[in-house]
Design a protein around this ligand. Structure first.
Ligand code: SF4
Length: 381
């Protein structure tokens, strides 16, 4: 069996200790979370480990496991330790396991637990306080920046920080100053940052985007690219690094860019197998398979070879005529599936960020062209 799954995302807790206004889990129309158990039950953990152990025996390429939520650290240290102990019993350290957290609950005890099981920690942080606190809010509506920075300080101070600190994940606010955001992330000392476009689609434009043709996000990304390119010691930025790599003839490391075939399976808190959870932002139930099943009553190897999973996986490939004829297709890949949605024709559309992507790719091509001209001139001098 070749590589079918790249990532298994496990939603170990269905609730969150904060309430980001843009969150696709709670605040974009999907209400599945309210029917979920708050924390993953021990029998679900046991079933996951049995099935992932079987998958690891069959799939030639290691897959990644991401602990997610809600907020995964709501699990608490005792349950987290037990989950990781069982996962590591079936998945050696060649299988990356990471935890995506808002950072607030990071404690020495939880970090010790992650270090003991070789599990890295990525923290969500959108930028400096004024940027972060616009959207990443407590349930009472207050900002969370100070609490997140305190969590990051504990992460950086841990003796195993070199391994544990897996970098930051930021959602773009196109009204912010990209140069200021870049400088802020440099000052935090993160090993890397990944930036995400805001959720949205053709019937519900992402916040900050005024029309399909507007360039708010594209201009912001070019601003980020400019700051990054001017830095003699640039901060690794996954989205820029991947796109530049493709333009130079390489391949990408994650879904949502380039012509890749990433297989992502979500396991919900009650054990239900789900599609990519960002699809929740399109319509209620969009991330559910037609035939509901849980990891406790499913042979995962057989499910991954089923017509239903194959069809879901194929959704990642862009199908719109505009994408298929696009000169930037190998870099953009039609964007994330959720960004292609329109209620009239489903996902058969270019990304809602198409104009922004074309703007960014053109700027990258100009930048690489200028570098190669400089290089050619330096060689002929
Ligand atoms: S979304 Fe736009 S830029 Fe991306 S591949 Fe499709 S047509 Fe090209």
């Amino acid at each position: 069996m070749g590589a079918v799954l790249d990532t298994v995302l496990i939603k170990v807790a269905s609730r969150c200790n904060i309430n980001c206004s843009y969150c696709y889990v709670y605040n974009m129309g999907d209400d599945n979370w309210a029917r979920q158990s708050k924390l993953m039950a021990p029998e679900t953990v046991a079933a996951i480990c049995t099935e992932l152990g079987a998958l690891a025996q069959h799939q030639l390429t290691p897959f990644s496991v991401v602990l997610h939520g809600g907020e995964p650290l709501l699990l608490g240290s005792r349950r987290l330790h037990e989950l990781l102990r069982q996962l590591r019993a079936v998945l050696p350290v060649t299988y990356p396991i990471s935890l995506q957290t808002n950072g607030i609950l990071l404690s020495e005890e939880l970090l010790d637990c992650c270090a003991a099981h070789h599990v890295s920690v990525a923290v969500s942080l959108d930028g400096p306080a004024a940027v972060h606190d616009r959207f990443r809010l407590t349930h009472g509506g207050g900002g969370t920046f100070a609490q997140v920075m305190a969590g990051i300080a504990r992460l950086k101070a841990h003796p195993a920080a070199d391994f544990l600190n897996a970098g930051l994940l930021a959602v773009i606010d196109p009204t912010s100053d990209p140069a200021e955001v870049y400088e802020f992330f440099k000052s935090v000392g993160a090993p890397s940052v990944d930036f995400l476009y805001r959720d949205g689609n053709h019937s519900k434009l992402p916040e900050g985007k005024t029309s399909l043709h507007s360039l708010e996000y594209g201009r912001w990304m070019v601003g980020l690219l400019t700051a990054y390119a001017a830095d003699p010691n640039p901060l690794p930025i996954r989205v820029l690094d991947d796109m530049l790599k493709v333009l130079l003839g390489g391949s990408v490391s994650k879904e949502g860019l380039g012509l890749t075939d990433f297989g992502i399976l979500i396991i919900d808190t009650d054990g239900t197998l789900m599609k990519n959870d960002t699809l929740k932002s399109t319509y209620n139930g969009a991330d559910q398979f037609a035939q509901p099943r849980t990891i406790r009553d499913t042979n995962l190897l057989a499910f991954l070879e089923s017509a239903e999973f194959t069809h879901y996986r194929a959704m990642q490939q862009p199908t719109s005529a505009k994408c298929l004829a696009c000169p930037a297709l190998n870099v953009c890949g039609g964007g994330m599936i959720l960004h292609r949605y329109h209620p009239d024709n489903g996902f058969d559309n270019p990304s809602v960020y198409c104009a922004d992507q074309l703007h960014l790719v053109a700027a990258m091509r100009r930048m690489l062209g200028a570098y190669s001209l400089d290089y050619a001139l330096s060689q002929s001098a």
